[in-house]
Design a protein around this ligand. Structure first.
Ligand code: GLP
Length: 241
């Protein structure tokens, strides 16, 4: 794992933007794996800025988001679909049909998961997967205990994850109890993974990620086995190292 230590959130976002742009500008048909949460917002702002300055175009880019809540409509401001439109897609030139998210709606969620896996495969797998990390070590919505060989699947969210994400909802009761997420096996097939971590509250998780035992009890620990991971973390997140 390559570790890039940066002073703060802004520097983390800028460094990540640089790496993403490098790929998007050199690969003919780049495939990006995208994440939500607070962590990648700064990166998306940077990418939008660079796009407006004509330094990057997403016309030939295909994207796959990591996860989506089950049961929230696309118009729901808390759906990740809505988040991606607002924070990135509507500000850049990606053709809408090339930007994919898992589908957490409908009667056959299982079929949605299989379709998503097919789409990723058909695109030739992910060139760069962006990742954040949950306090309990989750990646995407793969909670502790998820099999390392899992594919896109439906998950029951941990109480701690629902609490951590309740800040975006009007109340904890409104946070969905289920989500659909790329599996850990799916994520590990990405050619490169860029993991972003900022802030002191993530410092324990980062230490465990870098030096802890590789165990399904801490999903992010599997990243130690991936041959091309770049961790971009700020000083606060790396305070114990
Ligand atoms: C959320 C998302 C994850 C994200 C993580 C951290 O639940 N499903 O993909 O990486 O939690 O979020 P944040 O960046 O807001 O700390």
């Amino acid at each position: 794992m390559k570790i890039i230590k940066v002073p703060d959130y802004q520097a983390m976002s800028e460094k990540a933007c640089e790496l993403v742009m490098e790929k998007v500008n050199t690969i003919e048909k780049p495939v990006l794996g995208l994440a939500t949460g607070s962590t990648p917002e700064g990166l998306y702002q940077q990418l939008i800025k660079k796009h407006h300055h004509h330094e990057v175009s997403f016309k030939n880019t295909t994207t796959f988001n990591l996860d989506e809540y089950v049961g929230l409509s696309k118009q729901d401001p808390n759906s990740y679909y809505y988040y991606m439109q607002e924070k990135l897609f509507k500000h850049i030139d990606i053709p809408r049909e090339q930007a994919h998210l898992p589908n957490g709606e409908g009667d056959n969620l299982q079929a949605n998961c299989q379709d998503y896996e097919q789409l990723i495969k058909a695109a030739g797998n992910i060139d760069i997967q962006l990742l954040g990390i949950g306090l309990n070590g989750h990646i995407g919505f793969n909670e502790p205990g998820t099999s390392f060989s899992s594919r896109t699947h439906i998950v029951e969210l941990d109480e701690s994850t629902r609490k951590a994400n309740a800040r975006f909802f009007s109340s904890l009761a409104d946070v969905p109890s289920k989500a659909v997420t790329m599996g850990i096996g799916t994520i590990m097939e990405s050619k490169q993974i860029i993991l972003l971590v900022s802030g002191e509250k993530k410092s324990d998780a980062v230490t465990r990620l870098i030096t802890g035992e590789i165990t399904e009890a801490f999903p992010a620990s599997i990243l130690q086995k991936h041959e091309n991971v770049v961790l971009i973390a700020d000083e606060a997140a790396l305070k114990d190292r």
